[in-house]
Write a protein that binds this ligand. Sequence first.
Ligand code: ADP
Ligand code: GLC
Length: 489
Amino acid sequence: MRILQVSAELFPLLKTGGLADIAGALPLALMAAGQEARALLPGFPAIVAGVRDLAPVAEFTAPWGERFGLRAGHVAIAGAPPIPTYVIDAPALYDRPGNPYEDTTRQPYGDNHRRFALLGWAAAQLAQGLDPGWRPDIVHAHDWHAALAPAYLAFARRAGGPRTGSVFTVHNLAYQGVFAPWHFAELGLPAPAFHMNGLEYHGQISFMKGGLYFADQLTTVSPTYALEIQTPEQGCGLDGLLRQRSNVLSGILNAVDDQVWNPSTDAALVQGYQTPEGRHMAGKARCKSVLQRQLGLAERPDAPLFIVVSRLTEQKGLHLVLGGLDTLLAQGGQLALLGSGEGWLEEAFRQRAAAAPTSVSVTIGYDETLAHQLFGAGDVTLVPSLFEPCGLTQMYGLKYGSLPLVRRVGGLADTVVDCTLEDMASGAATGFVFDRFEDADYDRALRRAFALYERAPDWRRVRGNAMRRPADWGTAAAQYIDVYQRALA
Ligand code: ADP
Ligand code: GLC
């Protein structure tokens, strides 16, 4: 099958969150499974700079009349085949400071409807033969940024265009791409598309709803989240539509790219480590002491090191970490956080670090190398999310033996098994799980982590379980291929 992956980000070129990790890993996993995968990306500066051998393929007209170019090259990844990649050449839309979605003052760009409609539009053009050398059988669009692709394809098909299967994956239902109705005329969709049975959402235009309504198949990034988003509590206003389309909706758990996240080969670590059960784990102790020194924390091998690598947003539940910090410190723990996001959270964590610099380290910013070092050094990875479609950091925590402490929600519930006595006895336990989004529940999980840490042999056993948990892309790729086949049927 020829599969076009359409997303706004792709690791290692451009990343603001987990979407990029998945967009970078899935094409490789599909190629490894014998499929022909290509990527389509907007020409953001980091993407234009990172895609090798870019050459013009074609020109096309945007729905609002402007002409743009499509170029093609490849993303080179060490130890893997190159990913053939199309890039939309539209400097007027994409060549801007700030992140892909917002300007330097964190305001969404005023023309985001055009910037991301163009992504879906270019995907649909490729499906209709824009590149004479390659036409996809499947267009796989990720998140609202790419969500108009299935809508364009549905109307092209009605107009007698070629039959291309469309798959839409929700990585986060909370970000929907909602725009004022007067922009509809710029999108190049026929009037019937702006309807309750279409992308109209309370009088506005919702890109997300367009993807959910028009795609042949829908997926989200964990089985539990696939169920949660069908409820009013977690459906972000779209649960009705998701229930209506539940027969084409499935949850496929994200996996971990072993080339990027592997403690035995990770170049960011001072010393690699691998076999659990306490053997060959000296590297982890060394990672911890080196990081403690680097961050100005007391060099105490016996102090459990709690880590956070996260966007600082409401989703991630980090006020629970702030609320539980006194308990954590009183029991002799250390906290090392890396993140950026909402100003009040950045400030609150900064203050806590200033008050206790040898036991709390806070790095505000985005730092890929430090992220790896934190997983390498950490004993516990904190992910107390309010909601979590999948979550990758708890999976990196598992793989690096930095046991996840998570709330039982979304993909966190699907990937971490709490240290109950029975799950420890059966060898299933891999971390600490709490239920209610409340300080008291979080605190109890913290205390459970400390209690286990005191019992070194048990800790090592649970850490072994965590590090052995399979998270390979082969399984996920096979499930996606299944979904593609259904989209074509
Ligand atoms: P989300 O996509 O909701 O942010 P995930 O857990 O799926 O959450 O993915 C987050 C990804 O972003 C992980 O790869 C994590 O390591 C990375 N990450 C988050 N914040 C930072 C940061 N400040 N510096 C480096 N990497 C980060
Ligand atoms: C989103 C979600 C996160 C998920 C990631 C990759 O950013 O917030 O839970 O892991 O997408 O699918």
